[in-house]
Design a protein around this ligand. Structure first.
Ligand code: CA
Length: 255
């Protein structure tokens, strides 16, 4: 079954930061029925964050482009193609960032989150690093597919703190995984069938720190075109302080 895929995106500096260190990409290879959505949220002194998120996104898009065309012109898509490609491109992006850190002393602390959704045929595959998220909106309900890679979440998961301590934890913004943090990258991948009507939302924490899941769900449930919903989400984040860069990519799946 081939689905009709539509991609929408928006990014905004917010009201407090003087630059946008988020980087996003959305691409559809129509002929091969492959679609990609990425949000990367860079951190690190000077312009390090901007460089890291841009390097991650450019590296991934470039390598994916090659792999799509190789599969298309060669022997077709191998059985575990999505899984292999996600692993390879994420690891490649990490290496490129680590190399750049060594070459450019003022960028030694740069790193970036990443959330990356790949669609092919009737399946999706998802991977992430850090606290950028992917949600699936299905039958009017919003469901978070990713679990943040933060120190607070990790402490909760291993029982070091309880739910109350988790809410008050000062470690929500400390990433336990990310690109540019080290050689050893733990990459986990979820793969599931698509359903007609699925809507995926990828975002940076500039959205989720300022708009609740209920708020996001409310906007997605509004009737009308999809692109204005991204504008509405960004407006709501800014109305609630706009303390960080805000990025949203929506992937619409229909018959
Ligand atoms: Ca951020």
């Amino acid at each position: 079954m081939m689905f009709n895929i539509q991609l929408y995106s928006g990014t905004d500096t917010g009201l407090v930061r003087d630059s946008n260190q988020d980087c996003i990409a959305a691409h559809h290879w129509q002929e091969e029925a492959v679609a990609l959505a990425i949000v990367a949220d860079g951190v690190g002194g000077y312009h390090g964050g901007e460089v890291a998120s841009r390097l991650a996104v450019d590296t991934i898009v470039e390598h994916l482009e090659k792999r799509v065309h190789q599969a298309h012109s060669g022997g077709g898509f191998a059985q575990h193609w999505m899984d292999d490609v996600l692993r390879d491109t994420v690891n490649q992006a990490n290496r490129v960032i680590l190399e750049q850190q060594q070459q450019t002393p003022e960028l030694w602390r740069m790193s970036t989150t990443l959330v990356m959704l790949l669609l092919k045929g009737d399946e999706f595959a998802l991977t992430h690093q850090g606290d950028s998220r992917c949600y699936r909106f299905r039958q009017q309900q919003l469901h978070q597919l990713t679990v943040d890679h933060t120190m607070a979440q990790e402490m909760l998961d291993r029982g070091a703190i309880d739910q109350q301590e988790f809410i008050q934890s000062p470690y929500h913004h400390v990433l336990s995984q990310g690109l540019g943090l080290g050689d050893e990258l733990s990459v986990s991948i979820q793969q599931e069938p698509l359903q007609s009507g699925d809507l995926f939302l990828l975002c940076s924490d500039g959205l989720t720190n300022c708009v609740t899941d209920e708020g996001i769900q409310e906007v997605l449930n509004q009737p009308g075109e999809t692109q204005p919903k991204i504008d509405e989400l960004i407006t709501r984040a800014n109305d609630n302080g706009g303390v960080d860069n805000i990025s949203v990519v929506l992937v619409e799946v229909n018959d």
